[in-house]
Design a protein around this ligand. Structure first.
Ligand SMILES: O=P(O)(O)OC[C@H]1O[C@H](O[C@H]2O[C@H](CO)[C@@H](O)[C@H](O)[C@H]2O)[C@H](O)[C@@H](O)[C@@H]1O
Length: 247
């Protein structure tokens, strides 16, 4: 009797330009890593760091992470994988791994909102405050019942101004600067080397990623969402693994 050969992951899913023409602009949470109970507990799948390194080599360094997280968190979770990063939904930008992050301009978050946010999460076990350069996130994955309470609180802080907006995230509400979105981030990255002149290929899984999908398509490229275009994040990563080996 012969031993069955190991199965190769199915390469189903959308098509992409060949690697010599492509620029990869990829979301992090829910795309490159699975959603985890807390922001700190996400984990890269074993072997997936090598896939990203191979992909980066094959597309001439045109690999960017376009994320809601601060840039330093991406460096923490992807050590030794030099990528461009658009952080905090595009507020922060590092166009090339060995270049400095571009200076951030714009309004600062009113400090009393941070104080109120701290006070709020202190009252509800299982919730957490995540602070960003010009924003904050109220996480309620560990206490889903507070969703509406958190939303109403944020809406009351934001009333009477239009500099900051509330955005839904996965089991979280985020306050961020108006006008900042992943679409602008994709456009900004595509303006310069090593992305300029290539065909953008954007993949994400969340409401915030829809701007990235739109921008990539408007630039003549490809924008895909999980689960519409790839059933799961694992399916997308299996597709990307196959692509990095063959494209
Ligand atoms: O744009 P992304 O890279 O998808 O980042 C979106 C937000 O992701 C993080 O929060 C979410 O993922 C956590 C880990 O899986 C999960 O515990 C949390 O419930 C999710 O909301 C991150 O903490 C945020 O800063 C990002 O904006």
């Amino acid at each position: 009797m012969t031993t069955p050969s190991p199965t190769v992951p199915e390469s189903t899913g959308p098509t992409a330009p060949t690697a010599d023409r492509a620029a990869f602009l990829l979301d992090f949470d829910g795309t490159l890593v699975d959603i985890a109970p807390t922001p700190a507990s996400v984990q890269l799948e074993p072997g997936f760091a090598d896939v990203l390194l191979r992909l980066r080599d094959r597309c001439g360094g045109a690999l960017a992470i376009v994320t809601g997280r601060p840039i330093e968190q991406i460096d923490h979770f992807l050590p030794g994988i030099p990528t461009a990063v658009a952080g905090e939904h595009g507020l922060t930008l590092r166009r090339y791994p060995d270049r400095a992050e571009e200076p951030v301009t714009g309004a600062k978050l009113p400090s009393d909102w941070r104080d109120r946010a701290e006070e709020l999460v202190g009252r509800f076990p299982g919730t957490a405050l995540e602070e960003k350069k010009a924003g904050l996130v109220l996480h309620y994955r560990g206490n889903p019942e507070v969703e509406e309470t958190f939303k109403s609180a944020i809406l009351s802080w934001l009333s009477g101004q239009d500099v900051f907006e509330i955005h839904p995230s996965k089991m979280a509400w985020e306050i961020r600067l108006a006008g900042i979105n992943k679409g602008n981030a994709v456009e900004a990255l595509m303006e310069q080397a090593p992305f300029a002149g290539r065909v953008p290929f954007f993949v994400g899984d969340d409401v915030t990623d829809m701007d990235g999908v739109r921008a990539a398509r408007e630039l003549g490229g490809f924008g895909y969402l999980i689960p519409d275009d790839f059933q799961t994040a694992q399916a997308f990563r299996a597709w990307l693994t196959h692509y990095a080996e063959t494209a």
